[in-house]
Design a protein around this ligand. Structure first.
Ligand code: C6P
Length: 419
């Protein structure tokens, strides 16, 4: 660890974000001859060197399968893998370690719940509530479950600012409502939804809630006991960890009741041709060899974020978002899509006369990486009657100079398309 970094860690309440940037080696490069300004963090975040090193060390020093071996390397791998599970538990303040299931990412976590919950509890005419601002990963799995079991999807509208319309949500409940699945933070708009109130309302009707935390976990404190949600899904790669690893949190009472997702090794207690008994959660949901290195990397990434401090990260990113939004709004013809009062670090916008894909291409030539498209949230695009948006999304290593580079590159794009 560098001396500078040690100094920062002595005062974790005021981390020096400028120094933290050095922890992410990939950022130190040029793109099209310009310094890289990475603002596509909602798609995936970059990884600190210590996360990359943890994965490397696993493969170099103790690569082995977990839970199966009786040799030293297998013990080390199992200890590190289960240690990572405990880190996840602590990070989201889950009550029990058996409530933490390792999956590939948010998408798999939601599919797991939709599939298992559907099989166990959905019947013809039952209803699932989602919102208009969901990512496709929190729409399509429910559509598949509805199709299979004859259930119906009901949608909470959003208003012009991109706020969750709570009164309309309230009205959607009927005696047939079986589950609510909503995002904690919208990837297309940045809206932070009133997750705790959403859960409270659903619980008043005896209905469980799944929160999609893909865009939330890296940007503010998440406490699943405070939220009281029944399920919480997130991806490692959006919180400075490797791809291919993610987490499904589920309350014990649910994970004990739901049937398994996939069958295979690791998820059983006994197998015979007549009958198989399943292992308890989380093993019941983790058939096959896990992404062991990924889980270990995730544990290290969560340590990194915790040391930096979630509250400090949230306020750093909020400051950046305000600054970037204010400066972007000075550009004539630019419209911000998503102006909710409570937002995480996402700036979605359209620019008169320039297609978002063209904006992103020109920005790339200025070294600025953003995403353009429907962001896997087509209903949001339909709601705002735009084909796509350009989206800049912030992480802990971004700074005002990045926001300035973004704004200058947008101005250049505008200039190029001037008639
Ligand atoms: N959003 C984005 O650029 P996976 O792919 O499983 O890690 O995450 C899916 C997912 C689910 N919910 C939300 C709210 C998300 O933002 C995402 C991923 C990326 O916005 C890639 S489409």
């Amino acid at each position: 660890m560098s001396a500078v970094r040690e100094k920062i860690l002595e005062r974790p309440e005021t981390p020096d974000f400028a120094c933290l940037r050095a922890d992410f080696p990939i950022l130190n490069q040029q793109v099209h001859g310009k310094p890289l300004v990475y603002l596509d963090n909602a798609a995936t975040t970059q990884k600190p060197a210590e996360v990359i090193e943890a994965e490397r060390r696993y493969y170099l020093e103790y690569n082995s399968n977990t839970h199966r071996g009786v040799h030293t390397l297998a013990d080390r791998a199992t200890e590190a893998y289960e240690g990572a599970r405990e880190k996840v538990r602590g990070f989201i303040n889950a009550a029990h370690i058996n409530e933490i299931v390792f999956v590939r990412g948010t998408t798999e976590a939601i599919n797991l719940v939709a599939h298992c919950f559907g099989r166990a509890f959905l019947r013809e005419g039952d209803e699932i509530i989602v919102s208009e601002m969901e990512h496709h990963s929190n729409i399509v799995p429910w559509q598949l479950a509805c199709e299979q079991h004859g259930a119906v999807l009901k949608v909470v509208p959003i208003d012009d600012a991109g706020e969750f319309e709570f009164e309309n949500y309230d009205r959607l409940f009927t005696p047939r409502t079986r589950l609510v699945a909503v995002t904690h933070v919208s990837n297309a708009l940045g809206t932070i939804t009133p997750a705790r109130r959403i859960v409270e309302r659903a619980h008043a009707a005896g209905v469980p809630v799944l929160l999609d935390g893909a865009q939330a976990v890296a940007h503010g404190r998440v406490d699943v006991q405070y939220l009281d949600c029944d399920f919480y899904a997130f991806s490692g790669h959006k919180i400075y960890a490797p791809t291919g690893i993610g987490v499904l949190y589920g309350k014990s009472e649910w994970l004990e009741r739901l049937p398994p997702y996939q069958g295979g090794g690791q998820m059983i207690r006994t197998v015979s041709f007549e009958k198989t008994e399943y292992a308890p959660s989380p093993q019941k949901y983790e058939a096959g060899t896990a992404h062991i290195a990924g889980a270990i990397g995730l544990g290290v990434a969560l340590d990194y974020v915790s040391r930096t401090g979630l509250d400090a990260i949230a306020s750093h990113e909020a400051g950046l978002l305000d600054y970037a939004t204010q400066r972007a709004r000075e550009i004539g013809g630019l419209r911000v899509i998503g102006t909710a009062k409570e937002k995480a670090g996402i700036l979605s916008f359209v620019l008169d006369g320039v297609h978002p894909h063209d904006i992103a291409t020109i920005l790339d030539h200025h070294g600025v990486a953003v995403r353009a498209g429907h962001h896997c949230a087509m209903p949001v695009m339909q709601r705002y009657e735009v084909p796509a948006t350009a989206r800049a999304s912030f992480a802990l290593y971004n700074n005002r100079a990045d926001a300035d580079a973004l704004v200058e590159a947008i101005r250049a794009a505008k200039e190029m398309f001037k008639r």
